[in-house]
Design a protein around this ligand. Structure first.
Ligand code: FES
Length: 187
């Protein structure tokens, strides 16, 4: 307590200065945390930008086989044969009859599976739900509601068979008698 000119004035209690020994360390940690977070954000943003640029430079492209292709010369095919050489790559069976050719789609008309040609039974049999089709493509058993489709077929200028999958012919619509649905050819 201080004394001024005879009066007594109460002294303010001194506020103890308490200094946290960790204060400086915490601040430094905080600083580095913020710096690290900033760096992480920057890195993530850069990676995102690079990814976007990569997608721009190399976009997703689906490579499909051409819809229009040549299938060799008619003389190469044996009569009454179902040729499967274009099944995997193009989804086409090329069928040779005494009078000519037709190109059958390998897509089952039920739910789109790929049937197998059973030569000994003379039919296409779908492994998914059991639909069957005779060599012409007409459905004979199982849930398939309609025949297989045929593709446009003709002769190219060089004499090779040309198949164009852009044009389809459906029997139930009377299209199997249309030009392009059958290639007349007798050796
Ligand atoms: S997809 Fe062929 S029978 Fe169902």
């Amino acid at each position: 307590m201080a004394e001024i000119k005879g009066s007594r004035v109460a002294e303010k209690p001194a506020i103890p200065l308490v200094r946290s020994p960790l204060r400086g360390e915490v601040s430094r940690r905080g600083f580095f945390s913020v710096l690290g977070l900033g760096w992480a954000v920057f890195t993530a943003a850069s990676a995102g930008a690079l990814g976007a640029m990569g997608r721009f430079m190399f976009p997703n492209v689906l490579y499909e086989p051409p819809q229009d292709f040549k299938a060799g010369f008619p003389e190469e095919y044996a009569v009454d044969q179902v040729d499967e050489r274009f099944k995997a790559a193009y989804g086409v069976w090329l069928v040779r009859e005494p009078k000519g050719f037709y190109a059958l789609s390998t897509t089952c008309t039920h739910l789109g599976c790929t049937p197998n040609w059973l030569g000994s039974e003379g039919k296409f049999k779908c492994p998914c739900h059991g639909s069957g089709f005779i060599k012409s493509g007409v459905n004979i058993e199982g849930p398939a509601p309609r025949p297989l489709e045929r593709y446009k077929i003709g002769l190219a200028e060089d004499g090779q068979i040309q198949i164009d999958k852009n044009t389809k012919y459906q029997k139930e619509k009377g299209q199997w008698t249309m030009d392009g649905s059958y290639l007349n050819f007798t050796a």
